[in-house]
Design a protein around this ligand. Sequence first.
Ligand code: NAD
Ligand code: MG
Length: 395
Amino acid sequence: MRTGRQRITILGSTGSIGVSTLDVISRHPERYAVYALTANSRIDGILLQCERFHPEVAVVGSPESAQVLHAALRKKGLKTTVAYGEDALCEVAAAPETDAVMAAIVGAAGLAPALAAARAGKKVMLANKEALVMSGQLFIDAVMENHATLLPIDSEHNAIFQCLPATYQRSPGQHGVDKVVLTASGGPFLTRSLDSLDKVTPEQAVAHPKWVMGRKISVDSATMMNKGLEVIEAHWLFGIPAHQIEVVIHPQSIIHSMVSYVDGSMIAQMGNPDMRVPIAYALAYPDRIVSGVSPLDLTQMGQLQFEKPDYHRFPCLKLAYEALHAGGATPAILNAANEVAVQAFLDQRIGFRKIDDVVARVLDRVTTEKSLSGLDSVLMHDHAARKMANSLIFS
Ligand code: NAD
Ligand code: MG
């Protein structure tokens, strides 16, 4: 890595993770410079970010948005180059001018640029779990073959990363790892009667009790599909088989996950629930820097509770374990069906409890390949699953 400031590309800079990343960066101007920022449609948001952080490049979703942003930037005397579309996202992710990439686009749209960063051998800070769920071994191969550094941003995986030995090489057996335990808050509907779930609104579903996040991941937390995607994510990140990945509900969200070793030790990472902690860890790794998050006050913490998840209440979690067992393109199908169903719920076209139903039916109906032959195969299954999910929702 070059000396001097680390130059960062933030994919999805206007989102919840993007904004938290810029908050941490702003505390350390001597360590980090922003090379590129990207946003899909929030032009006002990315304009303000360009004024503050002076990136060399800004990427937006359409030629119309690019024109508007370009004009607004020049009016303010800013020189940031504006581009649009997926190719431009891949270019800023792989550019020689950038050292590290925060992959924080939501959903499948983030796969190509995250993969481009891995192929270019960058330090990839991965928030976009859907990218890894979809592409699995292909993503890991791209990281290994190009000597990229893959650092998890998801709080649970960041916690596990911190609890594993520094020499850990994606082989649990060699390091005495018995299992990893992912904690889950249980979301806003943990104790609500099952019957009343039919009537919950998108606003109720996105009102997460512990974390402030984008709308899609908030709904995923309410169904616990988020934890299901995280089980698959943990499998690929750490090379751990499904039966050694456990989920436990911990409503206080103080312990962010744990690693249990064969000698009976269990190592946990704790902190206030604020994504700036894992973001700061990944930015400075292997150093530690101030993140803006206050330390835990143990005397004020009260009780920590843990319970087993109920598959009857959270069928999405079971579907995700099954998809991981099935392998091949099945996780990509699960992810695509879920993205379509969640959007349909947010658009008030289907009820909350239809989300798992749509995903289960798509998994039953779309035929899969046993192993992924390449990115084309991932995208083909993603496309087929979206088509099937839409036809189930609109029929
Ligand atoms: P968000 O909805 O707040 O932000 C999403 C970002 O992606 C925005 O900048 C948006 O402009 C961009 N984007 C959306 N669609 C796009 C498209 N088609 N093309 C290009 N850009 C697009 O989401 P978020 O909560 O910041 O989550 C981002 C990712 O991080 C997700 O994969 C999520 O699962 C993961 N994550 C988030 C949190 C959290 O606390 N928010 C925690 C763990 C993991
Ligand atoms: Mg998480």
